[in-house]
Design a protein around this ligand. Sequence first.
Ligand code: SF4
Length: 384
Amino acid sequence: MLEGTKEPLFAAYNMGQVDLLKKYLSDDNKYKIVQCAPAVRVALAEEFGMEFGKLTPGKMASALKKLNFDRVYDTNFAADLTIMEEGSELIKRVTEGKNLPMFTSCCPAWVKFAETEYPEILNHLSSCKSPQQMAGTIFKTYGAEIDNIDPSTILSVAVMPCTCKQFECDREEINSSGYKDVDIVITTRELAYLIKDMGIDFINIDDEEFDKPLGEYSGAGTIFGSTGGVMEAALRTGYELITKKSIPNIDLKFVRGGQGLRTATVEVGDLNLNIAIVSGLKNVIPVIESIKEGKCDFHFIEVMTCPEGCVSGGGQPKLLIEEHRDVAYKKRKESIYDHDSNLKIRKSHENPAIKKLYDEFLKEPLGHKSHHLLHTNYVSRKEI
Ligand code: SF4
């Protein structure tokens, strides 16, 4: 523990996972790959006394390398991949007029809620795995190939703002790489604990870059961490894939914002796309009821369980003083959008590493390989 840092709140840690990870970090027989979700880099610094929303991707990558990971990759890369698959799935469903509206599926708490309370609408969920799970699958297939590594030796670790992601990686059907796609999930708080526990001076550490190619990302990938981010990323790509024209304004501010249900109609070529963004599960219930009554005319709906999306996830630094919450969420969101604005590439389909992945390995979105590796299915968990 570094001097001047707070003692960890042990009750807030899943010490089973953290201890397991610590054991593996010193195991040279394991090829250790880590990914970090977009919301982690705008909150981790708070655990070290820095201001709310401080953006520290370089320090985070550097600390992960010091923790002995062999590859420091990024969930943002897989967020770009999700957009390629989910955008193509939406276009297919709209063209065929089938299973509309389509809901996003990257929030595991939302998926579990649908499976438990409303299994009758599961065919409306996108079949895309979440970015965490897509990343894990790609690490143990394409990633193993490019590094010439036996995939059975890979330990795939995810750092998430979310307390539900461990449940997701333990789902039985999530193993299409031939192995468990993601082996261990730790939260932002648990990463901070590990960094302190290993004596790494996070505040003064020099920035390092994420490893290539599976750590390269666009601005669209990074905004996944905020409510409305998946929708905005999907519209940036969907517009250009459908119209074959450049999107007139890349900052789609009308999908950002804080209300639990936001709606809009977006002109995409000849199509008027009706969209909705939901944060907080209570706000999705009226939408689901309208589907059941046959009265829903949305095409695409983003659902996130946490009030501001993943920036406000349960695994983020604890905001022990109530009045800090709003300002922290606001600053974390601002950082996410600043990060996006400052990146040269801001559309998922323009990420060169994504293009290379399709050229060399997956071939095409929704193709045979993509379908096998990147898509999943859902089960009713309703108790009868
Ligand atoms: Fe997890 Fe909340 Fe993000 Fe959903 S919105 S993935 S529950 S952090």
